[in-house]
Ligand binder design. Structure first.
Ligand code: SF4
Length: 126
């Protein structure tokens, strides 16, 4: 068997350590869901459950229940026309990443209602 010199052995150990650290990191964080992804999933689930059927929803009864998070803008319906923002800027804004409307934190209910009424595709769920 070939003997490795000290430098080669050190390099091999360093490469092995990096590979093990990367695998451990992937194992620990590979399935993590970012808040943005979570929101997207919640909106999809809310759309799928628009009829009020919670039996198949993985978020039923949890603090991530889309119904409990009302009001929200259904991203699958929103066409990003900004009408809601124009009539109720204190309640709505366009998400620059998605191009869809979203409701601002602590938005006044009357402003949300105004924006919802202006929406041409009925994308605001209340
Ligand atoms: S008015 Fe409706 S479709 Fe237009 S940006 Fe607002 S929520 Fe989206």
């Amino acid at each position: 068997m070939t003997k490795l010199n000290t430098t080669t052995r050190t390099l091999l150990i360093a490469v092995l350590a990096v590979v093990v650290a990367a695998a451990a990191y992937a194992a620990l964080n590979g399935n993590a869901i970012s808040p943005v992804q979570n929101t997207e999933v919640a909106v999809e689930v809310a759309t799928a459950n628009a009829g009020g059927d919670c039996t198949s929803c993985p978020y039923a009864g949890t603090d991530q229940c889309p119904a409990a998070a009302k009001p929200y803008v259904d991203a699958s319906k929103c066409i990003g026309c900004s009408k809601c923002v124009r009539v109720a800027p204190e309640a709505f804004e366009i998400n620059e990443q998605t191009g869809k409307a979203q409701i601002k934190p602590a938005a006044p209910p009357e402003a949300i209602a105004r924006g919802a009424k202006a929406c041409p595709v009925d994308a605001v769920v209340r």
